[in-house]
Design a protein around this ligand. Structure first.
Ligand SMILES: Nc1ncnc2c1ncn2[C@@H]1O[C@H](COP(=O)(O)OP(=O)(O)O)[C@@H](O)[C@H]1O
Ligand SMILES: [Mg+2]
Length: 228
């Protein structure tokens, strides 16, 4: 069961891209452990930029991201990578599976990075247990290009879970799924949140996520226009 006591807060975040594009135009958000937070807004409103900054993949031009009250701007890239590997999981619109690796190898990757000295077989066993839990163990020797979109996203979920994260960041996770696979993914996220107490931050266009959200942040033009 994930701990649920952490808080990630973004304070007065500003991110400006070339051409004076204010992707984040001074916004403050707070993400609590154990909760599903949905970031909703039209294309170009700043969802991905916000998600990547909160997940310590990118830095703001000004403002701070605090993890349990501690400013993360002083952390080295290596320290941030360790936090991402140990505490965070990631799911993406285009799945980001490694095409040259099989399904089970893709799922093992975060543990191989974390514990390179542990035998592959130990990591493999964990990967297979997850693949069984998500009913996709029959594809363990397949390559990503042999899977449907829904299957790829289930493999990506297994990969995001193998490190036992406290929070999963998901960027448009239903963006390349048909309606049925999208609705299955939403139910799965709800179950993972309830049963394993994993927090989610989900950037999406898909209003069906509102059904499972504890908090909703509506963005437009790099600003928060509403909180629900
Ligand atoms: N790497 C980048 N370089 C320049 N502009 C960018 C970059 N990433 C995003 N932007 C711009 O920042 C704004 C917000 O983008 P993004 O966060 O990707 O929005 P969303 O995820 O809501 O579609 C958009 O105007 C986008 O074009
Ligand atoms: Mg985006």
């Amino acid at each position: 069961m994930a701990e649920n006591s952490f808080i990630i807060s973004g304070e007065n975040l500003i991110k400006i891209y070339e051409g004076n594009i204010r992707a984040l135009d001074d916004m403050s958000v707070s993400i609590s452990g154990g909760k599903i937070t949905v970031i909703l807004g039209p294309s170009g409103s700043g969802k991905t930029t916000l998600l990547n900054i909160l997940a310590l993949l990118d830095r703001p031009d000004s403002g701070n991201v605090l993890l349990n009250g501690k400013d993360t701007s002083f952390l080295s890239e290596k320290e941030k990578a360790t936090i991402r590997n140990r505490m965070f999981g990631f799911i993406f619109q285009f799945f980001h599976l490694i095409p040259e690796l099989t399904v089970e190898e893709n799922v093992m990757v975060p543990l191989m990075i974390r514990n390179p000295d542990v035998s592959f077989d130990v990591h493999r066993e964990k990967a297979i247990t997850l693949l069984e839990e998500f009913h996709i163990e029959n594809k363990k020797h397949s390559y990503p290009n042999q899977l449907s979109g829904g299957e790829k996203q289930r493999v990506a979920i297994c990969r995001s879970l193998i490190g036992e994260p406290e929070i999963i960041f998901a960027d448009e996770p239903t963006g390349n799924l048909d309606r049925k696979a999208a609705s299955e993914l939403i139910s799965l996220i709800e179950i993972l949140n309830k049963n394993k107490n994993i927090a989610f931050v989900i950037a999406t266009h898909n209003e069906n996520f509102l059904k499972i959200a504890a908090n909703v942040i509506y963005l437009s033009g790099g600003k928060i226009v509403h909180r629900g």
